[in-house]
Design a protein around this ligand. Structure first.
Ligand SMILES: N[C@@H](CCC(=O)N[C@@H](CS)C(=O)NCC(=O)O)C(=O)O
Length: 224
């Protein structure tokens, strides 16, 4: 198994997916909390290119970018596979994971940040992305079928973090009427004990996005 460490921050949407994957595989690891306002020499050494969390360190070898980390974990520890075996299904799962991180995360942030006239348009745009996820989960327990897989971990932040984003961003995105299957998946996902174990205490996220939004709004159009 070797020595496994995860460098993360509690408030990050991208870090728990790494911990969930390790837990699903039964891999023991040490979690090290980073302070992004004053990045540690360790983080700068382990991820000198992007300087972001999460970073996985396996036997002193660092791996950055959460989707890359998930694939590394899946290839290294074979129990409870995250990606399907069939190459086409694997490619499809990767496509949707990339879509969720690139389109949904940024669309939701944009809707959160938008004010005035732009708000409705940004909400509609974010919901168009969620509609694709709704189609993917329709009629299924998990995105990959009967077991938790790659895509569940990738969008696994939604059931918890989105609540706070909706509140601080003064909007409703994951509407149970519009997205019944995604909403049901979210309700169920968050009840799984292994998933709950890696969620931050609620008080850590209260007003967290409000502070992020004030900062992002102060940047104006410099932030996507
Ligand atoms: N694409 C990256 C995104 C990671 C990311 O944005 N991490 C944030 C925390 S949520 C970070 O480290 N930000 C520090 C910075 O941008 O300087 C991944 O999937 O790992």
């Amino acid at each position: 198994m070797g020595d496994v460490k995860v460098i993360g921050v509690t408030t990050s949407l991208f870090c728990p997916r790494v911990e969930w994957a390790l837990k699903l595989k039964g891999v023991e690891y040490e979690y090290i909390e980073e302070v992004l306002s004053n990045k540690s020499p360790t983080l700068l050494k382990l991820n000198p290119v992007l300087k972001k969390v999460p970073v996985l360190v396996h036997d002193d070898k660092p791996i950055a970018e959460s989707l890359v980390i998930l694939e590394y974990i899946d290839e290294t520890w074979k129990d409870n596979p995250l990606l399907p075996q069939d190459p086409y299904e694997r490619a499809t799962a990767r496509f949707w994971a990339k879509f969720a991180d690139e389109k949904c995360v940024s669309g939701i942030w944009r809707a959160c940040k938008a004010e005035g006239e732009e708000k409705e348009k940004a909400i509609q745009c974010a919901q168009e992305s969620l509609a694709f996820l709704e189609k993917q989960i329709e009629g299924k327990k998990y995105f990959g079928g009967e077991e938790i897989g790659f895509m569940d971990l990738v969008v696994g932040w939604m059931p918890f973090w989105l609540d706070f984003m909706e509140e601080d961003g003064d909007m409703k995105l994951l509407d149970a009427q519009k997205f019944p299957s995604l909403h049901e998946w979210a309700q169920n996902f968050i009840q799984i004990p292994l998933i709950k174990e890696c969620l931050p205490p609620r008080e850590k996220l209260v007003n967290y996005f409000q502070v992020c939004l004030s900062y992002l709004r102060s940047l104006g159009n410099k932030h996507p």
